[in-house]
Design a protein. Sequence first.
Lengths: 154, 271
Amino acid sequence: MKTKTIEDLLAESAFFKDLAPAYRRMLAGCGRNVVFKAGDLVFREGDESHKFYLLRAGKVALEIRVPGRGAIILQTVNEGEVLGWSWMVPPYKKQYDARAVELTRAIAFDGACIRKKCEEDPKLGYEFFKRFAVLIAQRLSAARLQLLDMYAKA
Amino acid sequence: MTVESYRVRRLKRETADTFTLELRPVNGAGRIAFAPGQFNMLYVFGVGEIPISISGDPLKPETLVHTTREVGAVTRAMRKLKAGHVLGVRGPFGSPWPVAEIRGSDIVIVAGGIGLAPLRPALYHILSRRERYGRVVLLYGARTPADILYRRELERWRARFDLEVYATVDRAMSGWRGNVGVVTSLIARAPFDPLNTVALVCGPEVMMRFTVLELQKRGVGPQAIYLSMERNMKCAVGLCGRCQFGPVFVCKDGPVFRYDRVKDWLLKWEV
């Protein structure tokens, strides 16, 4: 059985499948397979943000530590979804901890390298921002609904 | 419709503020026929009467089952009832989930919080005739892990091969191994064929509005979405007008409505 390349995986991913094949090839060149065991930290609040991840399997929790309350999970990111967008936005710092909830396989992308390529090729930059703008809008909308505390007593 | 006396058989605490009442008729009548999605008016003598959806199995009509949340004087009094106590019941009232009409379709059930209670009879019905439906998916959202309703039953449902169950909570402490995020975020990756899907939705109204948006993004049409609406109901027969929602009465014409019938009214804050 042929092992799937990162380029094959990108062609199957809902997030990147409609990216032009040449851009997918370039993106595949900036990615590598990574594995996290349950409980492993993927990244930590305050880290330099030069990477983002496409989850192939597993689940990652975004957590924030609140003094006196411990770590609170803000959101989980699942198979097929993208983790991390702070690599696109100055000051390129992770704002939360990300911890693997279960065995997680992902493709880690070198965001700094992609940022540089986006600066050089505005069409590529637009393709990336188009996708990540949707992701950021979805996360913002979900966060607002969470803030509403919909299930609280009226 | 007259008030019938029912005796409490059991009161089960579900979460910190929700509980389930199992009731049997005092006069010993055998069966209490209802359709999934309907509700009864429950009367705590000397305190008051409120509408509560039926959450039991339509195939087990010997016992009337209601799950509710402690939110006001009547539910507070109800919460204190014990086995053997008697309360009044009028019903059943209202429109049901269209479980017979949607045979052959994929079914997506989207429930938020206590909204799982009125959907449970529909799920019982569908599972009892499983071969008549396509894929069946239950998407459930709760506030926190401690607020998950029917937890053991959800675990049993999740173990079935013919039902897909995805649950999420709005917030959780580190160590929770399930999903965190609003229930609407489950829709994008739920496995169903949007062109052959019927969605049954119940939860807080704002959750239902955003659920409809996500279902429509997936390609589910407005005529394939059903919502269970909640309004302040009093008479339950469309006479008092308390639950008027635009041109309809939620108690008599609802509580289950096809989305295209109420969509123009959902964003009118005046109604």
